[in-house]
Ligand binder design. Structure first.
Ligand SMILES: [Fe+2]
Ligand SMILES: [Fe+2]
Length: 301
């Protein structure tokens, strides 16, 4: 089954133009970025009556998915204390929502980690940024008691998938627009729009929508540079924007020195939408949050 080729696409008004859609579909198909089991899991996850049993049955057919689920289930990110050795144990312990989100994170990870010549350096930098954004989002979620159950990790991993797609679809133009220098301001979006006629947030959102990722994750990808414009799943979009900005600062400078949490619009937005005292808390604890985020990055390798 290949969703990208069989889905009847309703054209959203914000979608990139059909020429780049067709190019990206061809590339995604050539690179075989998804296994059948992962695609089927995405379909099942969207069903309102999705059951743990059906997810486990699908995951069992894909050894890599099974290994990844166990790895996530045993990580501190999902609050694991005792070692989980089997898939059944993992899903019992985690519950349906976390299981769904772990599967989404596994799919996101398998797309981004795929080594693709001649883009090894690019994919390695993008993967390090994606992973740090994911672990930062998860640790901010815990620190600020936002209450998400793993979707922030999956969304953090995949938030910049559009940068990979642009690099594969239009290598020369994408390299001009996006030097991968951990400067993801609106200037990057403007340059992408000028060079490529679309940008990585829009393209990544369209692509994951086409793959049938949940709407909340699609929305967080689309709005991770303008979270204030998100009309749904605003908290997730704001959290990913916040984590992305902190991860970029850290990866640019190698530390939090000079970082001003007051300037982080994702955190301000979270506070405006009910996350109490977020800025004041993080003025004290952001160093510890990032220590834990780096520990989780090390554990994920
Ligand atoms: Fe981005
Ligand atoms: Fe990013």
């Amino acid at each position: 089954m290949n969703v990208l080729h069989t889905a009847v696409q309703t054209q959203g008004s914000w979608y990139p133009d059909r020429e780049i859609q067709a190019k990206v579909r061809r590339i995604a198909s050539d690179f075989q970025v998804r296994s059948d089991a992962a695609l089927e899991a995405l379909e099942v996850i969207r069903e309102p009556e999705c059951s743990i049993r059906s997810l486990v049955a699908i995951a069992r057919r894909d050894p890599r998915l099974t290994t990844d689920i166990l790895k996530f289930a045993n990580s501190a990110l999902f609050g694991s204390r005792a070692r989980i050795a089997s898939l059944d144990q993992a899903v019992m312990r985690l519950g349906l929502t976390s299981c769904k989100n772990i599967i989404l994170a596994c799919i996101a990870g398998s797309m981004l980690k795929r080594p693709s010549q001649p883009y090894l350096e690019f994919t390695s930098v993008l993967w390090s940024h994606s992973l740090l954004t994911a672990t930062t989002a998860s640790n901010l979620n815990l620190e600020l008691s936002i209450g998400l159950q793993g979707e922030e990790y999956a969304a953090g991993l995949i938030h910049d998938v559009g940068r990979l797609l642009l690099r594969l679809a239009e290598p020369a133009k994408a390299a001009l627009a996006d030097p991968m220098d951990f400067q993801e301001s609106m200037d990057l979006i403007v340059r992408e729009n000028q060079e490529l006629g679309t940008n990585h947030a829009t393209l990544g959102a369209w692509f994951t929508d086409d793959m049938r990722f949940p709407a909340s994750i699609v929305s967080s990808i689309r709005f991770h540079h303008q979270p204030e414009e998100a009309t749904e799943s605003l908290c997730l979009s704001a959290l990913i924007a916040a984590a992305d900005e902190i991860a970029n600062h850290y990866q640019r400078r190698g530390s939090l020195i000079g970082y001003d949490i007051e300037q982080n619009k994702g955190i301000t937005l979270l506070e405006d939408h009910g996350v109490f005292d977020a800025r004041e808390k993080l003025k004290v604890s952001l160093g510890k949050v990032m220590e834990r985020a780096f520990r989780d990055v090390a554990e994920s390798k």
